[in-house]
Design a protein around this ligand. Sequence first.
Ligand code: SUG
Length: 447
Amino acid sequence: MIQASEYNFDGLVGPTHNYAGLSVGNVASLKNATGASNPKEAALQGLAKMKALQDLGLPQAVLAPMERPDISTLRQLGFTGNDAKVLFDAAKKAPELLVACSSASSMWTANACTVSPSADTNDQRLHITAANLANKFHRSIEFDTTSRILQTMFNNDEHFAHHHALPLGDHFGDEGAANHTRFCDNYGDKGLEFFVFGKYAFRSSMPEPKKFPARQTFEACEAIVRLHQLSDENTVIAQQNPEVIDQGVFHNDVIAVGNGNLLFCHEQAFLNQQETFDTLKKKYPGDNFQIVEVTNDQVPIEDAISSYLFNSQLVNRPEGGMMLIAPGECQENRHVSEYLYQLIAADNPIKDVKTFEVQQSMRNGGGPACLRQRIVLTEQERAASNPAVFMNNDLYLQLTQWVSKHYRDSMTAEDLADHQLLLESRTALDELTGILNLGSVYPFQIA
Ligand code: SUG
């Protein structure tokens, strides 16, 4: 049996974290559109979660943010002159473009890419496809830098295969691991990869949401399966329930989460729920696939969305059994907290729940699971990866000091036009590439 571990790569919140109401279909993003954010608190909350998981014995690493404001995209859109003039003109003539080009949304690393561990792929390399995030302009400008960062972290052709993001446009809308999970008995075993989509792009008259966009297509899932050299018997592709997308479930990870041999989901998660369960059970390579299905009576869909219960991380405890790493909002919601109390007392693999305060992220629709990308690495693959990105006490200390030195503690949309903010962000990111040994990955470093 091959030994492998699952690493949580959490997104480091960027210095321009702000609330701009950019994501139609994401209830929290629209609700908090005009509020002031606190980038320093957001980054420190994220780092505190990383450190706590590391201290629990769960392997942890970190993924760098984007350069924002994204001057190179503003130039592509026709703004000219020096950087200060680009900012000034964009703020005056197209403030909506400036906020879109300033989002710190790469902090939701679940959306950065889809990763298939080497145990699942035909060439036995770990495959990575950066997500095109085509449905939202402010996110569709992430994948180039994401790819460069991932390539410097996993820079070894013998072990890692990097694919270009899928073609841009609605037909191949791909939201990365927010719509992908993997089931297995042991992380080093060949697993069952589970892809979830919101609509078909090329087939008309199929069910799809009516009010909010379906961000992930069936065709995008199939393309990733081909690129990653996955076999049919180890892959399931299922459709999300369009009715819940219309209620604000913009990604599958807002209504379902999986780990090991367990799927934890709401009863309204999938369009053909029973058929999806049957296929998962049939194809699961181990012999004990388990499902914990939460009914609407236990947790109404509105509570699942507002508390982000299913955007918890579901992890193996070093001492056995699983644990939910849930957002603090789950404790405050009566239906959810009562349900969680029953859940850990019942007969299922989830033995414990820990809550974390990530409100800065939650206000933009990002819970604990959004903040991380799961990457299964064998010992050899771990040794072939960039060692500087793996969490330890020194790195935690260095990064908290770095955040405290460079980040502001309040930010509104008006601040984004401040040339000083651009300079501060670039100074911070330049130092960060040194700390994480990434080389030159940002447009301002390679221009
Ligand atoms: O793409 N929010 C992100 C939240 C992503 C959450 N990720 C997962 N569920 N895996 C999004 O909607 C809001 C930005 C703003 O409104 O300022 C935003 O992009």
